[in-house]
Design a protein around this ligand. Structure first.
Ligand code: DC
Length: 227
């Protein structure tokens, strides 16, 4: 039996995480949040005081990436993320850890170190993989490839609501500047830059509700999975 793979790539705040979880639930598939892996690695290297010396301590960082001790535990429909046994579910969603992740993600050797860990998520009956290079680098064989984007402004507004919902006090101008600089870094890096796969189904969610985007995705995925 073939494992069905659905990839969703796109910039941060486009709604990928929510939609990937909804699709995984709809099809009964496993879920890979690859951004969480980069966030976890960023946090782990920060804990080890290696983040400011990525170039000089590269082999140590690669080893740390290969050995990283992480666990995704699903309880009552929500997932708890553990790093070295500590619950970091909320911590890894902060802007600060997002910056750590973006630094880590620009290093080709660290991306390679996370390759097998991501491929290990290929399990029956299927997988929904959410990230930046899911279709272009990690799962090029995916049956359904979606590229989800939205304007930087609408993504900043959504991020502010999300962070405020977590009780954090944030300014939209700071969030917008962060999103723009992270987009630039993600799109301009030489290894696995953020871009749609040639055969990706592209959706701009700026003016669409989650339910509208979900419906577009299901219509597309149903055709790919049947084909
Ligand atoms: O999706 P996110 O905001 O949780 O991702 C955090 C960072 O990791 C972001 O800067 C992009 C990077 N990333 C990546 O380079 N490749 C992936 N497959 C997923 C995330």
């Amino acid at each position: 039996m073939t494992v069905q793979i659905i990839t969703i790539d796109g910039p941060s705040g486009s709604g990928k995480g929510t939609l990937a979880a909804k699709l995984a639930n709809h099809y009964g598939f496993h879920l890979l949040d690859s951004g969480a892996l980069y966030r976890l690695l960023g946090l782990s290297l920060h804990h080890k005081n290696l983040l400011d010396d990525l170039d000089t301590c590269l082999s140590e960082c690669v080893e740390a990436a290969i050995q990283i001790n992480i666990k995704f535990e699903t309880k009552n429909d929500s997932t708890i993320i553990l790093l070295d046994g500590e619950d970091v579910t909320q911590t890894i969603r902060t802007e600060r850890v997002g910056e750590f992740a973006s630094k880590v993600a620009a290093i080709p050797e660290l991306r390679t170190a996370l390759f097998e860990r991501q491929r290990a998520f290929i399990q029956l009956p299927g997988l929904v993989a959410d990230g930046r290079d899911m279709a272009t680098a990690i799962f090029p064989e995916a049956q359904a490839k979606i590229y989800l984007t939205a304007s930087a402004e609408s993504r900043a507004e959504r991020r502010v609501k999300q962070l405020q919902g977590m009780g954090l006090d944030v300014k939209i101008s700071d969030i917008l500047a962060n999103i723009q600089s992270r987009d630039k870094r993600d799109m301009e890096r030489t290894v696995a830059p953020l871009r749609p796969a040639v055969d990706a189904f592209q959706i701009d969610s700026s003016n669409l509700s989650i339910d509208e985007v979900f419906q577009l995705m299901v219509n597309y995925v149903d055709q790919c999975i049947k084909a």
